[in-house]
Design a protein around this ligand. Structure first.
Ligand code: ATP
Ligand code: MG
Ligand code: FE
Length: 342
């Protein structure tokens, strides 16, 4: 079964073709980051308009890469939510129009399920069950995953998401949006002994997170330096921030593994690309004897491959999920726990 995946929830347009027999056949992506950068964040209306421009060319590019015709597609999976309403509508209406034209069935995919299952696209995928840490731009959740559609929330952030904390702290240091990767790079030059920032909820005995206080600590530190803040001071603040957030993320993963008794940890979402996080988790894995799995770097942030894959996994379990009801709807707010079991 060949599934077309369409992702348009935020500022990436992603198309992909996944074959349940042969794996990922092709994928194409356009990131709007450069377009939104001058505004310091995603402008929803600009995002929608750009998805309209990009979707069809990327679709053709994906078909060409896979050396396939559109008639060979068996089903279309599109991101139904959560995300920006206008952006979601572009992908959904494209998927529905194509489905109707080709007489192919459709499936609306939950964006976070896409992220969550993305590590299974890697060359050495984890087996179920596992503990998953989803760390993206809009979410930070620890979950127990027993299979496709079997997700138990263990804990989540009470305020900012991890990616958001990275981006907001980066902005305080004058780095362009989204600054997650940039602040991480800067931190590598910083001295770890200068700033000891708080580790919010490190000892809270649950699996919840809170990052807004950490962001305030960064702001307070930045304000103490005379303007303009020097590159060395910036790097030291970045280092303090990264060390604090990685400490918390790592510690909570370890306690979630301990509490569930599981030996496999899976990281998903954009912050999963972070080098310091990977280093800390790999070290913990060696020390505590668990296995840790990551998505391929290119599939950490939004992409069509994870949507095609999540759609294919669901359809494999339950082909009846595919619908020829082309009256699409999107769900900008869609808690993962409201997602039906596969
Ligand atoms: P959601 O999936 O929750 O709706 P999103 O789709 O915007 O949010 P992703 O695409 O998964 O989130 O990830 C984007 C986030 O990942 C941004 O906040 C970005 O700064 C962060 N990020 C990407 N690379 C890195 C990195 N190397 N280090 C830290 N953060 C990073
Ligand atoms: Mg994005
Ligand atoms: Fe995402």
């Amino acid at each position: 079964m060949i599934v077309l995946g369409v992702e348009s929830s935020c500022d990436e347009t992603g198309l992909a073709l996944y074959d349940t027999e042969r794996g990922l056949l092709a994928h194409a992506l356009h990131s709007q980051i450069a377009m939104h950068q001058e505004y310091g964040g995603v402008v929803p209306e600009l995002a929608s308009r750009d998805h309209i421009r990009r979707t069809l060319p990327l679709f053709h590019q994906t078909l060409q890469q896979a050396a396939m015709t559109q008639e060979q597609i068996d089903a279309i999976a599109y991101t139904q939510g959560p995300g920006l309403a206008g952006a979601l509508l572009v992908g959904a209406s494209f998927a529905c129009g194509l489905g109707m034209a080709l007489d192919k069935p459709l499936l609306g995919v939950h964006h976070l399920e896409g992220h969550l299952l993305s590590p299974l696209l890697a060359s050495t995928p984890p087996e179920f069950p596992f503990v998953a840490l989803l760390v993206s731009g809009g979410h930070t959740q620890l979950m127990r995953v027993d299979g496709v559609g079997q997700y138990t929330l263990l804990g989540e952030t009470l305020d900012d998401a991890a990616g958001e904390a990275f981006d907001k702290s980066a902005k305080l240091l004058g780095l362009p949006y989204p600054g997650g990767a940039a602040i991480s790079l800067l931190a590598e030059q910083g001295n770890p002994a200068i700033h000891q920032f708080p580790r919010p909820m490190l000892h809270s005995k649950d699996f919840n997170f809170s990052f807004s206080g950490l962001k305030t600590a960064v702001l307070t530190a930045v304000k103490k330096y005379p303007e303009p803040i020097s590159d060395t001071d910036k790097a030291n603040v970045a280092r303090g921030f990264v060390d604090a957030i990685i400490d918390v993320l790592t510690a909570k993963c370890i306690s979630a593994l301990k509490q569930t008794g599981l030996k496999r940890l899976v990281i998903a979402g954009g912050v999963g690309a972070n080098r310091q996080l990977r280093t800390a988790l790999n070290a913990a894995a060696a020390r505590k004897r668990f296995q840790v799995f990551y998505p391929e770097l290119e599939f950490c942030t939004d992409n069509g491959a994870m949507i095609a894959f999540a759609g294919a996994m669901r359809l494999k379990k339950n082909p009846a999920l595919a619908t020829r009801d082309y009256g699409f709807n999107v769900r900008p707010r869609w808690p993962l726990h409201e997602l039906s079991a596969a």
